[in-house]
Design a protein around this ligand. Structure first.
Ligand code: ADP
Ligand code: ZN
Ligand code: ZN
Length: 740
């Protein structure tokens, strides 16, 4: 039977969906696959052109007799676009999106609509020269207005300046050519020149050397392995990454380094820049699409060889990629929230396979999934167990809030934490107070005994809804809100409503002399305020920084000696299976903030469940012990990574229709009779109504993810054939990080 190849000729944003079908001659069948570059006869005159194969199929979309045949496969190395198209094809299958969506995510496509780049204009010459210039050019009124406006205002945005000086772009251009003014685009990451003394080299310690020895031996033997570097905070992981880069760059290869946006600070970038100089480039969310595209072009042309950036930097079009490093690999921000809902870790693995590159994942608190893969031998485990210079990890004290209540302290600050805060303030040391609200969805617990109400089927916390009922977000189990504790009959049962603002008020009241900064979504909404708060704190303009998880990621404050976690339970009882993992990571990171300078650090973790293993092992900083218990729980409950999980989100404006059809969809899935497939729901999503759209979710679990894809493909067909009402939108998400 004949096979057909879909081919695109023009890689630009508007034309990605212009796919032309060609018949594959039998002798080429073996060599044609998504990403291959082929010769095609194109258009009326059958001009011989190059195109990229994007898909292969048994059928063609138009009349068989009019379909032309491929002429041949282009010889030589596959251009990087080919590699990326191969990646897109894999993403289409894995994440269940269209090829067009996948290609738009993967390819650096130029947007034809010319975007407005903000241009800033500044004076180039000193004031005396400007004055002399004005005197000499008295008759050029427009130029003088420009210069005067700039003298008064300093730097101005181009549009503003044009208005202010009532002039044209031509005038600005003349002034620029004469060297009086200069343009700069606002968001360019300006990297300063490096002075010699900054380039001092570090002598690696034994652990670092051992890790690198393993890496280099493999590399020299041309083994392209996947590594998981598990190194406690401050153990010198970044230093190891840079050595690995050196090894790979020496071979003339290129490197991608992923760092979570929130940790992508100037300091981090400078470390790479100081070491590797101009061959380093950075992309981040503040770049405009055009600037991003320019950086991607530079990568393609080989002008740079190291790209640092968040999630999307994984698609940097290096044609000779040698290594991908993902720092803080456990971070949730590596997973895309929009279709295709890809995880950079998974994409990186595939990209390494396609490009013959090495993958290095690094973290102080590896994701359970990655550590599991390491334990199965899929990743090679590398360890750094000690902090540099034998810096000690903080002394951690766990405070039982039930005891506080029993002994009459109703404040959000325990007596132990208060005493330690007093000490730190007296010694002019800094304090961080951390409220881990992330993932907090409104669980119900007992203040007297710490008991948390859980779903009897799924072992995750029940969530209180506005209608007074408590629900499980996986299976839909529900019950009326409890009025007393089922364990100890105490009436002190309910949800938590603690916010950073309330905490700030309490701290102000209890420590009126302390200078306080608060960092949360409210105080950081304004652009740049996030950096500003961190800067002020690091300059010592405040004694106490109160904040959400934003404050615990990767910032070094040497003067911080005390970290207080106000309520560990908030993230502990999220309504999804990853709650304990997330809590362990957050607590470990928070505790790791204390004692980075020459003073030893202290940390206090407040909780109603001091016996919970996530709290206990974070306090003792024992990752392996936590992992063993967590993986046993995943195994028992068939949660990832022990089983595949697929969330199916159903959305509709019509509530009744959704109600009925969600059940019907579930039935049709059950009728597939896939052995060992587990289906729960439909249940209302955590956000059960959004912008007047109702949301329900069905969860599917199976040990073999292929079975889950089978369900997804079946539903996709049903949608295509309109067996599922068009008023219902269906979305899939594999291994969702949070409950829907
Ligand atoms: P991590 O990434 O594991 O948190 P870093 O690589 O940031 O650790 O190292 C922490 C600090 O220790 C950095 O300031 C780094 O420059 C320094 N450092 C790393 N390795 C060494 C070493 N072998 N000797 C001295 N200082 C080191
Ligand atoms: Zn109780
Ligand atoms: Zn349940």
């Amino acid at each position: 039977m004949a096979k057909y190849a879909g081919v695109i000729v023009d890689i630009s944003l508007e034309k990605l969906d212009r796919v032309f079908d060609y018949r594959i001659p039998a002798h080429l069948e073996e060599r044609i696959h998504p990403g291959a570059q082929a010769w095609i006869p194109f258009g009326m005159g059958n001009r011989r052109m190059k195109g990229f194969v994007v898909n292969i199929s048994d059928t063609c979309t138009y009349e068989e007799s009019r379909v032309k045949e491929l002429l041949g496969v282009c010889e030589g190395a596959v251009p990087v676009e080919g590699q990326l198209i191969e990646l897109a094809s894999w993403m289409r299958e894995k994440y269940g999106c269209t090829m067009n969506q996948a290609m738009k995510t993967v390819l650096p496509v130029k947007n034809k609509v010319k975007e407005q780049v903000k241009i800033l204009v500044s004076l180039n010459a000193d004031e005396q020269m400007v004055a002399a210039y004005i005197a000499a050019n008295k008759r050029c009124k427009a130029r003088i207005r420009v210069l005067q406006a700039l003298m008064e205002n300093g730097t101005l945005q181009k549009e503003v300046l044009l208005q202010e000086a009532a002039t044209t772009a031509g005038t600005l251009k003349e002034l620029q050519e004469e060297g009086m003014i200069f343009f700069q685009s606002e968001t360019v990451y300006r990297l300063p020149k490096i002075s010699k003394e900054e380039k001092k080299r570090i002598t690696l310690n034994e652990e670092q050397k051992n890790v690198l020895k393993v890496f280099r031996t493999d590399y020299e033997e041309e083994k392209r392995e996947h590594y998981l570097l598990h190194g406690v905070t401050g153990s010198g992981k970044t230093e190891v990454y840079m050595e690995m880069l050196t090894t790979v760059l020496k071979e003339g290869k290129q490197a991608i380094v992923l760092i979570p946006e929130i940790a992508l600070t100037f300091q981090t970038v400078m470390r790479f820049y100081t070491r590797f100089g101009e061959q380093v480039s950075v992309i981040h969310s503040k770049l405009s699409a055009g600037e991003r595209y320019d950086q991607m072009e530079r990568a393609k042309k080989g002008e740079i060889s190291v790209m640092i950036g968040p999630r999307s930097a994984i698609f940097t079009p290096f044609s000779n990629l040698g290594i991908i490093i993902i720092d803080e690999e456990h971070e949730g921000s590596y997973k895309s929230e929009i279709t295709p809902k890809y995880h950079a870790r998974e994409v990186a693995k595939k990209r390494c396979e396609v490009s013959g590159a090495v993958l290095v994942l690094g973290s102080a608190t590896p994701s359970i999934e990655s550590y599991f893969k390491a334990s199965c031998g899929e990743y090679k485990l590398l360890k750094l167990s000690k902090r540099i210079n034998d810096l000690k990890l903080a002394d951690v004290q766990v405070v039982d809030l039930r005891t506080e209540l029993k002994e009459g302290n109703r404040s959000v600050i325990s007596r132990a934490l208060r005493a330690q805060m007093q000490d730190a303030l007296e010694n002019k040391q800094q304090i961080m107070l951390f409220l881990n609200r992330r993932g907090h969805t409104g669980f119900i617990s007992c203040r007297s005994c710490g008991h948390v109400l859980k779903c009897p089927h799924c072992d995750v916390s029940l969530t209180l809804h506005k209608d007074g009922r408590m629900r499980c977000h996986y299976c839909g189990y529900e019950q009326l809100q409890a009025k007393q504790c089922p364990e100890c009959a105490s009436p002190y049962i309910g949800g938590f409503r603690a916010g950073t603002q309330q905490i700030e008020e309490v701290v102000k009241r209890e420590f009126p002399q302390a200078r306080i900064l608060r960092m949360d979504l409210d105080t950081t909404r304004k652009k740049g305020s996030y950096e500003e708060i961190l800067n002020r704190f690091s300059k010592g303009e405040a004694d106490i920084l109160i904040g959400t998880q934003m404050i615990v990621k990767g910032h070094d404050f040497p003067a911080v000696t005390l970290v207080g976690v106000l309520l560990a339970d908030l993230s502990l009882h999220g309504s999804d299976y990853m709650a304990a993992e997330r809590t362990f990571q957050l607590l470990t990171q928070a505790v790791g903030r204390a004692g980075r300078g020459d003073q030893p650090g202290n940390a206090v973790i407040q909780t109603y469940q001091p016996e919970h293993y996530a709290v206990r092992e974070a306090a003792s900083q024992n990752y392996e012990a936590f992992y063993d218990l967590e993986i046993a729980y995943r195994d028992l409950m068939s949660y990832p990574p022990m089983s595949g999980m697929l969330a199916m989100l159903l959305q509709s404006e019509d509530e009744t229709l959704l109600e009925n059809d969600a059940e019907k969809i579930k039935t049709s899935i059950l009728e597939l009779e896939i052995p060992l497939l587990r289906v729960t729901g439909p249940t209302p999503a955590v956000v059960s109504k959004l912008n007047d759209v109702y949301r329900k979710v069905i969860y599917l679990k199976h040990e073999d993810t292929k079975m889950l894809y089978r369900v997804r493909d079946f539903i996709d067909e049903e949608v295509k054939n309109e067996k599922i009402n068009k008023q219902i939108r269906v979305e899939f998400d594999e291994n969702p990080l949070y409950a829907y």
